[in-house]
Design a protein around this ligand. Structure first.
Ligand code: HEC
Length: 186
């Protein structure tokens, strides 16, 4: 028994020593561009899912009417597009440079249309710790967060009026360049 306990203690020391060496000698990745640590993605996702399963609301207080989706689209442009990009545009430069990268929420690969709307609401409200995803609880009210959550849930089937809000403005006809005025002499 004594030997067994001794073995366990040695084992714990070796693991702790290994982890200490890994972190203190610069082997652990810290750059946003570095590859994830062993098990990092798995552990982070498992922790997030466990938490969300417990806390995400199962019913929504508002419905995805055109009015709510339109309001969500305006909020998205203001608060989310910087990292998650627009349906028509190239993926956000900032979003791509993050670790983990911010998914392009209007592309088939990045959309969260299969997630229950309460799960997306939870992410908007609480943010995702140790990623670039902020919490919007202090900046948006509950209705606004639900409006954006519904927009994300319906991203692949938005009514034309809502898609129009997210579409790029029509190209302006080029204005004739103003002729450079000669500088006034004093
Ligand atoms: C400063 C950058 C930034 C802003 C602004 C931002 N996000 Fe995020 N968001 C991220 C990053 C980075 C992730 C990836 C987190 C991860 O992989 O765990 C993310 C993840 C998400 C996810 C989860 C995606 C998935 O596949 O599970 C959703 C949904 C989301 N964001 C919605 C929003 C909405 C809606 C807004 C605006 C209200 C917003 N985000 C604003 C950076 C941002």
């Amino acid at each position: 028994m004594g030997r067994f306990i001794f073995g366990v203690i040695i084992g714990i020391c070796l693991v702790a020593g290994g982890a200490f060496t890994y972190f203190m000698t610069g082997m652990a990745p810290v750059a946003a561009t570095a590859q994830p640590m062993p098990f990092e993605r798995f552990l982070a996702h498992a922790a997030l899912h466990a938490k969300i399963d417990r806390e995400a609301p199962k019913t929504a207080p508002i419905q995805p009417t055109v009015g709510n989706l339109t309001a969500g689209a305006h909020l998205y442009i203001h608060d989310c597009a910087f990292c998650h990009g627009m349906p028509s545009g190239p993926q956000s430069l900032q979003g791509r440079g993050m670790f983990p990268p911010a998914p392009a929420l209007f592309t088939p690969r990045g959309m969260v249309t299969n997630d229950p709307v309460g799960v997306t609401f939870w992410k908007i409200k609480n943010g995702i710790r140790l990623t670039g995803m902020p919490s919007f609880e202090r900046g948006l009210n509950t209705t606004q967060m639900w409006q954006i959550a519904w927009l994300m849930r319906d991203a692949d089937k938005l009514p034309p009026a809502v898609s129009a809000v997210l579409a790029p403005p029509p190209a302006q006809p080029a204005k004739p360049a103003k002729s450079a005025e000669p500088r006034k002499r004093r």
